[in-house]
Design a protein around this ligand. Structure first.
Ligand SMILES: Cc1cc2nc3c(=O)[nH]c(=O)nc-3n(C[C@H](O)[C@H](O)[C@H](O)COP(=O)(O)O)c2cc1C
Length: 462
């Protein structure tokens, strides 16, 4: 039995052709929330430009590298109107970027202890407070707090947005961990904490919720805590009007409780080992579409990807709760078909070409059929909710987002490209995979990888 709020929210936000046809939603461009939060009036601390990413950097250079290779602006795209907009190292559904990055530092050499907010628009840090605002909430010398502004995503995706913000967070947490790993720093992720205490400690704006704590262990020499002194920074307003989505508010409220307190896992260095992480992170992009007659994916690259899908996360909720079904279209040595990945082994559950059905299930998006393969990530709601109640909803999506992040980097490393797909007809997917529509296994994310078409609107950041 699933907790009623989780089951209710998830059912109510399933895509069906009927719901999409009945929708009268239009995008209110005049009220689009700004993708950038700024703390107006907070002192800006420069982060050195174009930092290297290497072990044993310290101070501003190390912090610059951490954010440059996890969440900074890495390219721009031109809209048909001529307007150029920013793309970042971390992907985001609809490029709406609901995730914000705050950090508390303690005892880092050459860097003033305090609470900062990362400002991607100018790759700098806004100092929000001096001293240690987290107190006992984290022991790590560097704690990156990932928050989310649901309204940014709900502006476009309405009630379904709560799924997307949690997927985005899974991408973001792993991006931070890989950048930290390249700096030689151990890390771990905590998804269980007292949300109200953390939000109060950070003095977050009402539209921003704390969602994950990514704890990092750079070299540090912590002395006695300094008194906290807040700077005058005030969060900017993101749009004229923020529209309430009661389904999201109820779902989020239900996730605030967690039946279990957890011992966080020991920190470990989470390293990307398939190529130069710095280059891949900056180059990672979503493909617009894939070439139907493109290159076959070599078997070795595909096998590496399968192994990455089963590597555990360094997160306190443990898992794994997510497994992959794979619509295989053009992978060397594998017959097209629908496969299930379980404990390292692929089992074919449907034979024959899956291109048309994969695209149809992904809300008719061609890229899911033109790829080399498209993954359907299915989460075990039953097992996760039995431990974590409604809070499990966050973790299942974080885990799927993190797996997607590995796929993005791996595809790029092997000369292909990938795209996350948050839009699919949930219960049609279940029917095709042989899963009960209201059963404990539910699809949470689709992900396509293949030989990309070129994207003429894209320009790298210079
Ligand atoms: C959770 C999630 C869901 C996404 N869903 C879709 C989708 O359904 N269709 C699509 O074409 N792109 C999708 N994307 C890709 C985003 O549109 C893309 O990440 C964003 O435009 C930023 O571009 P970038 O990844 O190149 O930085 C998704 C990305 C994420 C992280």
């Amino acid at each position: 039995m699933l907790p009623p709020v989780l089951a209710g929210y998830h059912e109510a936000t399933k895509h069906t052709p009927e719901r999409l046809r009945a929708s009268r939603h239009f995008l209110d461009w005049a009220n689009m929330p700004s993708p950038f939060r700024h703390y107006e009036g907070a002192p800006l601390v420069d982060l050195p430009a174009d930092p290297p990413l290497a072990p044993f950097l310290a101070g501003a250079e190390a912090l610059s590298a951490l954010f440059y290779y996890s969440c900074s602006i890495s390219a721009t795209k031109q809209a048909p109107s001529g307007y150029r907009y920013a793309l970042r190292v971390n992907p985001s559904s609809g490029n709406l970027h609901p995730t914000e990055f705050h950090f508390q530092s303690r005892g880092l050499s050459g860097w003033q202890d305090g609470l900062y907010h990362y400002r991607p628009s100018s790759h700098s840090a806004e100092r929000r407070a001096r001293g240690d605002v987290l107190g006992g909430l984290s022991e790590a010398p560097l704690a990156v707090i990932l928050t989310s502004i649901f309204w940014r995503e709900a502006w476009k995706y309405r009630a379904r947005a709560y799924r997307y913000v949690n997927l985005d967070l899974g991408h973001a947490m792993l991006a931070v961990q890989y950048a930290a790993g390249a700096l030689g720093w151990p890390s771990r992720v905590r998804g269980v904490f007292d949300d109200a205490r953390l939000a109060a400690a950070l003095r977050l704006a009402e539209d921003e919720q704390p969602m994950l704590l990514v704890e990092l262990w750079p070299q540090a020499e912590t002395g006695p805590p300094e008194n906290v002194v807040w700077t005058p920074g005030r969060p900017n307003r993101l749009s004229q009007e923020a529209i309430e989505y009661p389904l999201i508010a109820r779902m989020h409220a239900a996730t605030l409780a967690c039946p279990e307190t957890l011992d966080p896992p020991p920190p470990r260095v989470v390293r990307w080992v398939h190529g130069d992480y710095a280059a891949l992170a900056r180059r990672r992009r979503s493909a617009l579409d894939f070439l139907l007659e493109g290159r076959l994916m070599p078997r070795q690259a595909f096998e590496t990807i399968l192994a990455l899908l089963e590597e555990p996360l360094a997160a306190d909720w443990g898992g794994p709760f997510v497994t992959a079904f794979l619509f295989i279209h053009s992978v060397e040595g594998l017959a097209p078909g629908l496969y299930r990945l379980k404990r390292g082994a692929l089992r074919r559950i449907r034979e024959g070409d899956q291109r048309v059905i994969a695209a149809a299930l992904s809300l008719g998006q061609d890229l899911a059929g033109n790829s080399c393969f498209t993954a359907g990530f299915v989460a075990d709601f039953g097992r996760a909710a039995a431990r974590f109640g409604d809070r499990a909803y966050r973790f299942l999506h974080h885990e799927a987002g993190a797996l997607g992040h590995r796929l993005y980097l791996a595809a790029e490393a092997f000369g292909f490209r990938a795209t996350g797909i948050g839009a699919f007809y949930d219960d049609h997917v279940h029917a095709w995979l042989g899963l009960h529509p209201q059963g404990p296994l539910q699809v949470v994310y689709h992900f396509a990888a293949g030989d990309p078409v070129s994207d003429p609107r894209l320009a790298p950041e210079v």
